[in-house]
Design a binder for this molecule. Structure first.
Ligand code: ATP
Length: 237
């Protein structure tokens, strides 16, 4: 078995006295889609924010490509190839679509930024049409596309996606997940946090189930989809 590209070992984190992660261990291997599912408040967003050192791990280890990254500043991670698309998108509302995409490449000095922007526009044609429009005037689905496209501008090796389906109509959700699948096929490892467990597990190779700050189950995504307990608790069956 190769080394995981990303690994959390017994990671704890929280907010003051609130222990949001109580010692979780998660692995992602290069090229996988790994889904993390769980109910509201289970600790899914906290997991991604802790990987990015936005929330500090109080104990445990986080390794990315063999390097312990617990103390790496979150601003440095995109240039190392680890990039998060946070919940709620957080695009720059006053900047145009193009300027938002430029921000995704802020650390790059190479000459291929314009080519990458064209590739992002090929992937999301609606963003090309809206390239000069302020990000804040886009629809929810378009903003989610922009947030993903902006992350791609940093050429991530690992993309962390927090609830990309949140608040979006089913058709748009499908479009977004199709593109996530395409991004993965092109070689990017994806960690997908989702309340929409069915879609998340259908796309993933493996999955983790979080409950109140603990990993309570991990398995091949197909096995989780067929598990009656998971079906009852998370798939509405
Ligand atoms: P959701 O699906 O609702 O986004 P989640 O699984 O992503 O939930 P987290 O947002 O990681 O869950 O929250 C885990 C726990 O930490 C919850 O009990 C939540 O109330 C708490 N929490 C999250 N953010 C903060 C914060 N900024 N300050 C205090 N407590 C927080």
């Amino acid at each position: 078995m190769p080394e995981p590209i990303l690994e959390l070992k017994d990671v704890k984190a929280g907010y003051g006295s609130i222990k949001a992660l109580k010692g979780i261990s998660i692995k992602a291997y290069e090229g996988e889609i790994v889904s993390i599912i769980g109910a509201n408040g289970a600790g899914k967003s906290t997991t991604l924010m802790t990987i990015c050192n936005v929330v500090k791990a109080t104990s445990g280890d986080i390794y990315y490509r063999g390097e312990r990254i617990n103390s790496v500043n979150s601003d440095k991670l995109p240039e190392m190839g680890l990039c998060q698309v946070p919940e709620g998108r957080r695009i720059f509302p006053r900047l145009s679509v193009e300027e938002n995409l430029d921000m995704g490449a802020f650390h790059r000095k190479d000459k291929e930024i314009a080519d990458d922007m064209e590739r992002a526009f090929d992937m999301f044609p609606i963003l090309k049409e809206r390239r000069r429009q302020p990000g804040g005037t886009l629809s929810g689905g378009e903003q989610q596309m922009l947030a993903i496209a902006r992350a791609l501008m940093s050429r991530p090796k690992v993309l962390l996606l927090d609830e990309p389906s949140l608040g979006l109509a089913p058709l748009i959700v499908q479009q977004i997940f199709d593109i996530v699948g395409e991004i993965n096929k092109q070689g990017t490892t994806v960690i997908l946090v989702e309340q929409n467990a069915r879609v998340a597990l259908s796309m993933a190779k493996r999955g983790y189930v979080l409950e109140t700050g603990n990993v309570v189950m991990e398995d091949d995504a197909k096995v989780l989809l067929d598990n009656p307990d998971i079906q009852k608790a998370y798939l509405g069956e």
